[in-house]
Structures are given as structure tokens and as C-alpha cells.
Design a protein around this ligand. Structure first.
Ligand SMILES: [Zn+2]
Length: 304
């Protein structure tokens, strides 16, 4: 029947729930040594950013090492010893933002225009209600434990600059089966937006690190996400890989761009094999497909 085929197509997209933010992360992951300052340090102390200035987008900025960087007045981190910081813009970012770098009492401001995006509404019906709103206390307890694990993974702030590599797409081929930012209505109830970029590829397809980083979570069996890996590409820019059938990395592993992390699967709350690729920075959900282009732009403009 046609509707069943349509439902199956939609369900190839994953429906993993986003854990609520917690204010107190647990013990941090052991972090690699900070790199020694290199030749790629900025030529001057000017503060400038390049990348994808759009909702869900990402940019790289350079400026005076040690500067405190603020977006709309909120401190989001410090420029590293080589003069770099990565910043991101969430789904609800307004059309205009001010980024500031504060160093030795001096403030440099950059006003940026954020391109708005349109997001689809995605209806998924016929999901077992227990997977949408679990009421079983044992399941609720498991979800809470796993949320704590994820908070540890998100809290990483690796002193690395994998984000300067530019990102590659982690799987070859396939088709996009779920776009980032879609508003989802699960069994008739509005849910959190879908913060993954879904690529439908067969189970067993290798997943490669899009850039260098350190593994901050590697768990083969999460309730929603199934096999799940997080990588910190530096400064807490975390990419996530959901529904994996096999994990080839462990927490603390330092990976290089292109290194195999494991394989695509359909584990957790997914009904078809696909990679659900996610990105997060400073509590903001970013669109990894936009990051690929944004980091390429940043490289061309800031690293030449
Ligand atoms: Zn997804």
C-alpha cells in the first residue's frame, strides 16, 4: 500500500530523542595534549570570521590568542594559542548577530547576517507509543543513565583543531533520507526538531571520521541511538554517529580524518539502515551538512 511505503521511507530517518541539557556534567574525558603553537598563527590581532552564516551553520574565527569570544554578549569560549576559535549558530539564530572578541580590555566586534532557512514538517505515524513516550520505569531509568553518559561526551573541550581540516562526508554514496531541522510530529504529537542529517546506506557501510578528533563517547547499545559514537574535533565541536551496527573506536581514541569509526546500522530507534549524523557545539545543535561547506569556505578565506 502506498501510505505504508511512504511511512517506511520517513521511518528510515531516525527519531532519537534529544536529552534535556543538564547543568552539571560529570567527570570529563581525558584530553589529548594541547598542540604547540604553529606557523598558522594569525598575521595580526584583527578578529575575523568566515564560514556558513546560516541557521545551523558554523564558522571559524581568528584573532588574538586568549581573547574571550561572545555571541550576543554570551561568552562561548577563548581563542586558542594559535589564534583560532570555532563558533556555531543554532536553528533559531536571529537574522543579525554580533560576535565580539575581548582582549586586554579591548573589544573587537563583527556584525554578521544569519541567513534564515525553511524547515519541513515531517509526520511519522504508527510508531509504537512506548518508543515515543516511554512509561516503563526501567526504560525511563535507562534513558536517564544514558543522558548522563551523553552529557559527559558533550562536556569535552579538546585542545585540538580538527575543525581546521575541513570536513569530509563520513559515508560514501547513499541518498539523503532526512534533512536537518525538520519539525517532527510523532504519532500526532509535535516533537523536538530532527537534528540529524540522515544518509540511507546499507548496513555495514564504513563510517569515517570527517576530521581529526578525540572519541568522547562510544557505546554499542543506547536506547534511542543504538550504537553511538561522539567525536570532539576541538573546542567542544562534537559530531555524533547514531544507529551504528559496529564500533571500531573507544573513548579516548584520537582519530585522524578518514579513519574508520565503525559501520552503519539500524540499531536503536530506527527502522532502516542509515547514518544519522549530528553536530553540536556549546549546547547548540548544528547542521553537519552545512558544516562541510562552511569549513571549506573558512579554510579558503582564513587559511590561505
Ligand atoms: Zn537522524
Amino acid at each position: 500500500m502506498r501510505w505504508l511505503a511512504a511511512a517506511a521511507l520517513l521511518l528510515t530517518a531516525c527519531a532519537a530523542a534529544e536529552a534535556p541539557a543538564q547543568s552539571e556534567p560529570a567527570a570529563p574525558i581525558a584530553q589529548p595534549e594541547a598542540p604547540a603553537p604553529q606557523a598558522a598563527a594569525p598575521r595580526d590581532l584583527a578578529f575575523r570570521c568566515a564560514g556558513a552564516f546560516t541557521q545551523g551553520g558554523i564558522a571559524v574565527c581568528q584573532g588574538a590568542p586568549g581573547s574571550d569570544v561572545r555571541i550576543e554578549g554570551e561568552s562561548v569560549g577563548q581563542i586558542d594559542a594559535n589564534g583560532w576559535i570555532v563558533v556555531g549558530f543554532n536553528r533559531e539564530a536571529p537574522p543579525q548577530l554580533t560576535i565580539e572578541a575581548v582582549h586586554a580590555g579591548a573589544t573587537t566586534r563583527q556584525a554578521i547576517q544569519i541567513a534564515p532557512r525553511e524547515f519541513d514538517i515531517q509526520r511519522v505515524d504508527g510508531l509504537p507509543q512506548q518508543t515515543v513516550t516511554p512509561t516503563d520505569p526501567a526504560v525511563q531509568a535507562r534513558i536517564a543513565r544514558e543522558a548522563a553518559l551523553k552529557q559527559i561526551g558533550f562536556a569535552s573541550q579538546a585542545p585540538m583543531t580538527g575543525f581546521l581540516d575541513g570536513f569530509i562526508v563520513p559515508v560514501e554514496g547513499g541518498r539523503v533520507s532526512g534533512r536537518w531541522g525538520n519539525q517532527r510530529i510523532l504519532n500526532g504529537t509535535p516533537s523536538t526538531p530532527h537534528f540529524g542529517y540522515d544518509i540511507a546506506v546499507p548496513t555495514g557501510t564504513p563510517i569515517r571520521a570527517p576530521a581529526a578528533g578525540v572519541v568522547t563517547l562510544a557505546n554499542p547499545d543506547m536506547h534511542y541511538e543504538g550504537g553511538l559514537v561522539f567525536i570532539d574535533h576541538g573546542q567542544g565541536l562534537i559530531t555524533m554517529y547514531l544507529h551504528m551496527s559496529r564500533l571500531d573506536v573507544a573513548v579516548g581514541d584520537v582519530v585522524t580524518q578518514g579513519q574508520i569509526l565503525g559501520a552503519v546500522g539500524a540499531s536503536g530507534r530506527a527502522t532502516g539502515p542509515h547514518l544519522c549524523w549530528r553536530m553540536r557545539w556549546n549546547g547548540r545543535q548544528l547542521d553537519p551538512s552545512v558544516a562541510v561547506q562552511g569549513l571549506a569556505t573558512a579554510r579558503a578565506e582564513l587559511l590561505r
